[in-house]
Design a protein around this ligand. Structure first.
Ligand SMILES: [Ca+2]
Length: 531
């Protein structure tokens, strides 16, 4: 009798406990806010350069962990492919530069995106706002088919901030619906603003409407501060004056760095708006904010990478080592410092999976078993060592003129970099006489153009020479010879793993315009077009 009486309530209690546990676990998964900016160089953020006003970014970075060795690719699409897939670009076919409008490139469905993993395996809601730049030749390769519950932004690159045009035609979407104020079929009337602010407006809507019993992944990919250099006039007015630099032919050029700063400040304001709303909604109590650029700055457009050499599009540090930080109110056991550990664009996926799963096993999940990214939670949360000692910068030999192989490797406290091939056209070298005086930077660097060849080789000890002024390739010191041989072997081994690039060709004139919008088209769209 006693046993029977107890059995009923006990079963209910256990059932309730199990239900609560499941519910509790769901709540324990942190919200993940992944903020990417476009073409921001090392010297383009306030905590590295007080000349640019970024109080919100400074606050988050200075109270979080600033990433000193945050490596990406030199241009947009490869970096974004690594963000989304956790794989090196040469493993997914994105190693050969940016995806152009007429190129039928996309993330193959065999590579799960971070949004697919978080929504399908870990119970997250996932939303994307901003720049995709990973192909759109059929609807099924666009964000809402690749794991995101919603998408608000554009498929390509280099969009006009006010008209949402790219290369004369429109490229702006709310899920699959083309959006402009000119589109009578679109119900909203308020989509006519500066895109940085439109994006954050949508991000705030997402946050406000989010069911807080579910963990949230938001990928907010600003198009700023990429060209065209457009910003609200009141922000441009903050930065009067001109900035000059010496171009590759030795001539003095003026750069619109003031307007560029205004683009960055607009991003900072947008991040501040989002941050405040996250606080208002209580979504930061168990959350991580990640901020990263996708490649280095373009000096001729106002982006500087000081003290790193090179520019966007180059494999010098200035092209691939970019601003980044993590911030969390509750998850970081060590804060307010700079971490020099190696971190790569491909690491975010496994790191987010690790944060999402209390026992995420990255070695047995078939979707993750062959990724290149590594779980960096110990480094980011606890200030531990980086989980990687090597980064493959790229493997791309599709065109002889742009052939590039590169690897970074840590040996003890030394970090070495080996590059073979076209390290980059804009070979900007910072002057040894640069000062930290305000506005001094405009006088402090010069650039030079030198001939590049597929067999050019570079070896830099970047832990001591981050400006890459001493090419040690061919040095006869035995220790350096050993390192050189090691890195050359790494590159040779990695070459065998590369898949062909997906975006070598333009399709000519595929059927990718519909009513003035860059569009995918039904079914296979124009993915099978042949140049
Ligand atoms: Ca970019």
């Amino acid at each position: 009798m006693q046993t029977v009486v107890r059995k009923g309530p006990l079963w209910i209690v256990l059932w309730l406990l199990a239900a609560c546990k499941t519910h509790g676990q769901a709540n324990q998964k942190p919200n993940i806010f992944f903020i990417a900016v476009d073409d921001m160089g090392n010297n383009d953020i306030g905590y590295n350069n007080p000349e640019v006003e970024t109080p919100n970014l400074n606050n988050l970075g200075n109270n979080g962990v600033i990433l000193e060795s945050n490596y990406v690719y030199p241009v947009c699409s490869p970096s974004r492919s690594a963000f989304m897939t956790g794989r090196y670009a040469h493993k997914t076919g994105f190693q050969h530069g940016t995806v152009e409008h007429n190129q039928p490139a996309y993330i193959d469905s065999s590579y799960k995106t971070v949004a697919e993993k978080l929504t399908q395996s870990y119970g997250y809601a996932a939303h994307m706002v901003g720049k995709w730049h990973l192909g759109y030749c059929k609807d099924s390769v666009t964000p809402t088919y690749r794991g995101f519950d919603s998408f608000y932004g554009f498929y390509g690159g280099q969009e006009n901030y006010y008209t949402y045009n790219v290369a004369r035609y429109n490229d702006f979407r709310d899920n699959l619906t083309a959006v402009t104020p000119k589109n009578p079929n679109y119900p909203r009337e308020d989509v006519d603003g500066y895109s940085t602010f439109e994006y954050v407006k949508r991000a705030v809507e997402i946050v406000k409407n989010h069911d807080k019993t579910q963990p949230l992944f938001l990928y907010l990919a600003f198009q700023a501060p990429h060209t065209p250099l457009q910003a609200p006039q009141e922000l441009i007015d903050k930065y009067p004056g001109s900035w000059t630099y010496t171009d590759t032919d030795g001539s003095q050029k003026t750069t619109d760095r003031g307007t560029f700063y205004a683009l960055v400040t607009a991003v900072d304001m947008a991040v501040g708006t989002l941050h405040q709303e996250l606080e208002n909604q209580g979504l930061l109590d168990n959350a991580i904010i990640v901020f990263t650029s996708d490649n280095g700055g373009q000096p001729k457009e106002g982006g500087f990478n000081n003290p790193y050499r090179g520019a966007k599009g180059t494999f010098y540090e200035g092209g691939v080592r970019v601003p980044g930080f993590v911030y969390s109110k509750s998850l970081l056991t060590k804060t307010s410092y700079r971490h020099r550990g190696l971190l790569h664009a491909s690491d975010w996926l496994p790191t987010f999976i690790s944060l999402a799963g209390e026992s995420a096993d990255l070695t047995s999940d078939n979707d993750l078993i062959s990724i290149d990214g590594v779980d960096q939670t110990q480094m980011l949360l606890n200030g531990g060592d980086s989980a990687r000692s090597k980064i493959v910068l790229n493997i791309d030999d599709f065109e002889r003129s742009s052939t590039i192989y590169g690897v970074i490797k840590q040996f003890g406290t030394e970090v070495w970099k080996y590059v073979q091939g076209n390290i980059g056209r804009r070979d900007i070298v910072y002057s040894a006489t640069k000062t930290s005086k305000k506005r001094a930077l405009k006088r402090s660097f010069k650039s030079e153009r030198t001939k590049r060849a597929v067999n050019d080789k570079y070896l830099y000890l970047i832990s001591a020479d981050s400006s890459e002024t001493h090419n040690l390739y061919g040095d006869t010191t035995p220790e350096i010879q050993d390192i050189q041989n090691d890195l050359e072997d790494e590159v040779e081994a990695e070459k065998l793993k590369a898949v062909p690039p997906m975006n070598p060709y333009n399709c000519g004139t595929p059927n990718n315009l519909l009513n003035g919008f860059w569009s995918a088209g039904p079914g296979d769209g124009w993915c099978n077009c042949i140049a």
